[in-house]
Design a protein around this ligand. Structure first.
Ligand code: NAD
Length: 367
């Protein structure tokens, strides 16, 4: 039997743990896993593009556990009442190759993206950063605001979206959330209005084109830019001149993937970037000086999903009631008799503790 976390299960886990605590647990695990970067077999994700979106597979292994995520990105979906991003994934045991956990990852992706964003900001933003501008107020946005409010001691968050209904929804949800009660919430009238004087700017918009959400004149020395929405070839959010500022520094997750998918796809192949693992392992500073414009060019890397799945797996090991069990893999008395599991015949060898349960009599007849 394989543990299964569906939407109702993750809702229960979020309620039980508290959303800000669960994001913090995932951030801690992500940081620990980036510290052992060399232990992972890492590949850029495999993307299948269509004119309206992308479907991606994100595998990774540390030799003990193997995980993958299936994820899509379809910015036009919301017009049809569908999510832009949906996902699910598996954590498997490398020793046997057996899946141990199958989980929904749509909600978990929002949790882990917020965890990664706030982790990067903890290392890269100025320690006195208190004002966040949040551009793009869709599905991911509450998770971002809550993570930053909880872990960075924000004082103010400014919201902007081309769709006022999205900002209204975000404002309503933040006003209801315990984690953001102390925040001053400001509805900005434009991107420039939101960004002016902000310490951290998160762009998390969805549009399948080279958009210019942030233009050079909006950027002030010392800002930390958390560029999350540009995560595909031909899908970016920052004007290229921002990256070219002499006081700017770009940090990526896996360089080979980000050069294709991140803001740095706009740059020459030798444009300097720092991988985040170098920062957490102490090989590079998080920030060189207070005036530096730090840019976390986030696209989402498989390691972050691995970390999130490890947190979920740990929670299920501590209390198995947090997951359901599904018969994803046959459990056989005779592993060579797969036929017996597939076909209803006398002498069927599948074990009686599975939902395929068939009890055998002493004489071998099936009851
Ligand atoms: P969503 O469709 O729910 O929300 C996107 C919002 O952006 C919408 O409200 C839309 O109106 C707004 N928007 C579009 N163009 C804008 C503009 N020019 N100015 C201001 N707002 C604008 O999508 P989501 O699930 O919140 O995801 C947001 C983006 O983040 C997507 O592009 C997705 O691919 C990306 N994403 C990245 C990661 C990562 O790890 N880097 C993880 C998850 C999602």
């Amino acid at each position: 039997m394989v543990d299964y976390i569906g939407i109702s299960d993750i809702r229960r886990i979020v309620r039980e743990q508290g959303i800000e605590s669960l994001i913090a647990q995932i951030a801690t695990q992500i940081e620990a896993d980036y510290r052992r970067w060399g232990a992972f077999e890492k590949d850029a994700r495999i993307a299948s593009h269509s004119p309206v979106g992308v479907i991606e597979l994100m595998p990774i292994s540390d030799g003990r556990h193997y995980t993958f995520k299936y994820v899509n990105g379809h910015p036009g979906n919301t017009a049809a009442g569908l999510l832009t991003v949906t996902a699910f994934g598996v954590l498997a045991d490398v020793e046997t190759g057996y899946p141990l956990l199958l989980s929904e990852l749509t909600i978990v992706t929002a949790l882990r993206t917020a965890a990664m964003s706030v982790l990067a900001a903890r290392w890269m933003a100025r320690p006195d950063a208190r004002v966040l501008a949040l551009i793009g107020n869709g599905a991911q946005s509450e998770f971002q605001a809550i993570a930053f409010a909880h872990q960075l001691g924000l004082r103010e968050v400014r919201l902007y979206d081309v769709d006022p209904a999205a900002s209204h929804k975000l404002e309503r949800n933040l006003l209801r959330s315990r984690a953001t009660q102390h925040l001053k919430i400001v509805r900005a009238t434009s991107v420039a209005d939101a960004v002016r004087g902000a310490d951290i700017v998160t762009t998390i918009t969805a549009d399948k084109r080279n958009a210019v959400i942030l233009s050079p004149e909006m950027i002030e020395p010392g800002m930390h830019l958390n560029a999350v929405g540009g995560d595909c070839p031909g899908k970016t959010e920052l004007h290229a001149d921002i990256l070219l500022r002499p006081d700017a520094r770009v940090v990526v997750e896996l360089e080979a993937q980000s050069r294709v998918e991140g803001e740095v796809q706009q740059m020459a192949p030798d444009f300097p970037v720092t991988e985040f693992e170098q920062i957490v392992r102490g090989a590079a500073p998080g920030r060189h000086h207070a005036g530096e414009v730090s840019i976390f060019d986030s696209v989402g890397f498989a390691l972050e999903d691995y970390s999130a799945l490890r947190v979920l797996h740990q929670l299920v090991q501590e209390d198995p009631r947090r997951a359901r069990q599904i018969d994803l893999v046959p459990d056989l008395d005779d592993p060579k008799d797969l036929y017996g599991a597939a076909v209803d015949v006398p002498g069927l060898s599948i074990r009686h503790d599975t939902p395929f349960a068939v009890a055998r009599t002493a004489g071998g007849a099936v009851q």
